[in-house]
Design a protein around this ligand. Structure first.
Ligand SMILES: [Zn+2]
Length: 265
């Protein structure tokens, strides 16, 4: 009865070690920074929306319940990853983004006030320097998240992005805040792991050259877009885990992003 002997020795080992739960480094409060992905999710006006088509739903002839769906979607909608190759030929694809760019300490930079009074606000280097005056220089490997407050408009497309229209003509009507070129260059110089925000795009809605995308993604720094619940994070102290679907050759991917607040935060 080798199996039985093994079971007994596992039980003995568990007794000797005590409960594993107490040893976990992942203790604290988990906060989901992800919008639910469904037909109401906000997508870029030119992007294919999220489709979720039932293949099966209900009782089978075998007497058990079974449900399964097919999904069809742009890579760039809902809460999602921008892989470096999205704006940089030859750069990393969604499946190639290293885990140490997706998991790390989070610096949360609040730009709610300026974004609330100007939908076309572009984050300035001073926004970052003000944060650094309180917490110290942003260290390499930090995940930087900008909090504009725009996630409160989700999924109202007009309030969130400036237009509910779709198609190429709607792009000119996009109005939401995003990164300036100087901020993108500063974060590149800081060697940050990744940059995220609670709007549809790293670049502001009126951008024509997508310079923040080009600077960051060109430096293999991925983006997290349409993030939510940033109002629940401290400026410093949370850790982020952002795991996208591992799409081979993907320019982006649906993303599940969560934060861990250590106890007492
Ligand atoms: Zn994107």
């Amino acid at each position: 009865m080798a199996f039985r002997r093994m079971a007994v020795s596992i039980a003995a080992a568990a007794l000797a070690l005590g409960t594993a739960r107490a040893e976990s480094p992942l203790q604290g409060e988990w906060i989901d920074l992800t919008h639910t992905l469904d037909e109401t999710s906000v997508f870029w006006p030119t992007a294919e929306a999220f489709h979720h088509d039932a293949e099966s739903f209900g009782q089978t002839e075998g007497g058990y319940f079974y449900s399964a769906y097919n999904i069809r979607t742009s890579e760039h909608g809902g809460t999602h990853l921008d892989a470096p190759i999205h704006f940089a030929e030859g750069a990393q694809t969604a499946d190639e983004v290293p885990l140490d760019r997706l998991i790390g300490p989070a610096a949360v930079i609040d730009v709610t006030e300026a974004s609330g009074s100007d939908r076309d606000y572009r984050f300035t280097a001073q926004d970052v320097l003000d944060w650094e005056a309180r917490h110290g220089e942003i260290a390499p490997g930090t995940i930087v998240l900008f909090r504009t407050g725009f996630s409160k408009f989700w999924p109202d497309r007009e309030a969130y992005m400036g237009t509910a229209e779709r198609g190429a003509e709607a792009v000119a009507q996009l109005h939401f805040p995003g990164l300036s070129e100087e901020v993108a260059r500063l974060l590149k110089a800081r060697d940050v792991a990744a940059v995220g925000l609670d709007t549809p795009s790293l670049d502001y809605g009126q951008s024509k050259d997508f310079i923040a995308h080009r600077v960051l993604l060109g430096a293999q720094i991925p983006g997290f877009e349409n993030v939510t619940n940033l109002d629940r994070l401290p400026e410093w102290g949370a850790s982020v885990i952002a795991l996208p679907a591992k799409i081979g050759k993907g320019s982006g991917a649906p993303l599940r992003i969560v934060a861990l607040l250590p106890k007492g935060e």
